[in-house]
Design a binder for this molecule. Structure first.
Ligand SMILES: Nc1ncnc2c1ncn2[C@@H]1O[C@H](COP(=O)(O)OP(=O)(O)OP(=O)(O)O)[C@@H](O)[C@H]1O
Ligand SMILES: [Mg+2]
Length: 412
């Protein structure tokens, strides 16, 4: 009898994925359904670059996961391709402003991208890629000289542009550059999903950034279904995703604001769950489990970026919510006064060997946590001692507690 390999249970029979990379956020799909008009608009607006004229600056706005980044990257790579073929000196710099979040950092990244695309030129001029310490004026002049000497067109994609701290100054500098050069141009594609950003923009910056404006609408459930189906075809083996599971993912993501990233994340997680349980195919129950886990991951991701003491405060609040009973039936109480929260916070700090911050700090933290949606703050009706602030956790206390413990690496 042929010997069975120890690993044979883990191989082909129940494998779900064909190409898991196709579900990662970095994957660029061959088609972008439902973004045809948006793509056409960006192409139309960028087309003057082929005549070596400066395209208008474009501002792309829309909720999270509606294809803004992918469309900008796709169109700019097509533009780059055709310019290479036609011998037009065009350069694209994609800058994520969550990472490069100041004017200085943006200029450094822009110079680095240009350097990478035209090393010969910069080496001949003896230019090194600077990281820090070089005066901004030198970086700016180096970029300008390059554009002027080559007659280069430069497309700067500022993704998550609302994250730039000195945006007015950055926009002013990039626009002014066009007056300081004899040939070539810098044009900006700004992208944001922040609802309040445009409203609060300085009027001059607004008219610079928003010469042309495109709003990307959210996807509905039917559109998400098609997007998911395309991705299933590339990422999964045939017949491995039950159609009702796929439609459930689309419905869930449509409810979350038409977010394709969330949909793809659910699909990937559901596939992983099915694979580790050796299931034959992805079913509705895997999607339900995937939703629970993805939500937890999302809370954990945003929670772990908070300062430690805000996390401790959330831990204190989750302890209160889990342990405080009220009424004769002993139901759990969910609202607490700032005094109660502060007492529990001090207790938690002591347990963790941390020095508690003052009440004044804690009040600030509570405001921050309220803004971020982790808690909700409201005032009680007028009582004998006037208005009292009441604090409630925005998420399930057990979930928050687990996430904080994980994030702060506390073992209990
Ligand atoms: N029309 C589409 N067809 C196929 N995949 C899409 C489509 N639109 C978006 N996606 C996919 O959904 C994910 C999110 O898209 P993208 O990163 O472009 O969102 P975004 O609008 O930039 O969101 P955010 O504001 O959060 O950055 C990506 O993985 C992308 O490949
Ligand atoms: Mg994006």
């Amino acid at each position: 009898m042929a010997q069975k390999n120890l690993f044979s249970n883990y191989t082909t029979k129940y494998k779900i994925f064909k190409n898991k990379d196709a579900l990662s956020p970095h994957f660029i799909p061959p088609k972008l359904p439902y973004r045809e008009t948006e793509i056409e608009s960006v192409v139309g607006l960028m087309a003057p670059a082929l005549k070596r004229e400066k395209p208008s600056n474009i501002f792309i706005y829309g909720k999270t996961g509606v294809g803004k980044t992918i469309v900008a990257r796709f169109v700019s790579s097509e533009l780059l391709d055709i310019c290479k073929k036609e011998d037009i000196p065009l350069y694209v710099s994609y800058i994520n402003n969550k990472i490069h979040d100041s004017k200085y950092r943006v200029l450094v990244k822009l110079l680095k991208d240009l350097w990478e695309q035209e090393q010969g030129y910069f080496e001949e001029k003896g230019v090194k890629v600077y990281d820090s310490g070089t005066p901004p004026s030198i970086i700016y002049e180096t970029i300008l000289d390059f554009i002027d000497n080559i007659g280069a067109g430069v497309v700067v994609i500022l993704d998550e542009v609302d994250a730039v701290r000195d945006l007015d100054s950055l926009l002013y500098t990039l626009t002014r550059a066009n007056d300081d050069i004899g040939s070539g141009f810098i044009t900006i594609i700004g992208i944001s999903n922040n609802l309040f950003f445009k409203k609060n923009l300085d009027p001059r910056s607004k008219s610079t950034l928003c010469e042309e404006e495109l709003v990307f609408p959210p996807y509905n459930a039917k559109q998400l279904t098609r997007i998911l189906r395309d991705r299933v075809r590339i990422g999964f083996k045939e017949g491995k995703v039950d159609d009702s599971a796929l439609r459930l993912i689309a419905a869930m993501a449509a409810k979350e604001g038409g977010d394709a990233r969330y949909a793809l994340r659910l699909l990937k997680k559901a596939g992983e769950i099915a694979e580790t349980t050796n299931a034959r195919l992805v079913k509705v129950k895997d999607v339900e489990e995937a939703k629970r886990r993805v939500e937890e991951d999302i809370v954990l991701e945003s929670l772990s970026t908070l300062p430690d003491h805000q996390q401790i405060l959330l831990l204190a609040l989750s302890n209160l919510s889990m342990n405080t009973q009220q009424g004769l039936l002993g139901e759990k109480r969910s609202y607490f006064t700032s005094g109660e929260v502060y007492e529990e916070y001090k207790k938690t700090c002591k347990q963790l060997g941390e020095k508690p911050r003052s009440m004044r700090w804690v009040r600030e933290y509570l405001n921050d946590l309220d803004m971020l949606g982790f808690i909700s703050l409201r005032f009680s009706g007028k009582g004998s001692r006037g208005q009292t602030r009441l604090i409630e956790l925005g998420e399930d206390p057990e979930k928050i507690r687990e996430c904080v413990l994980k994030s702060l690496k506390i073992t209990q």
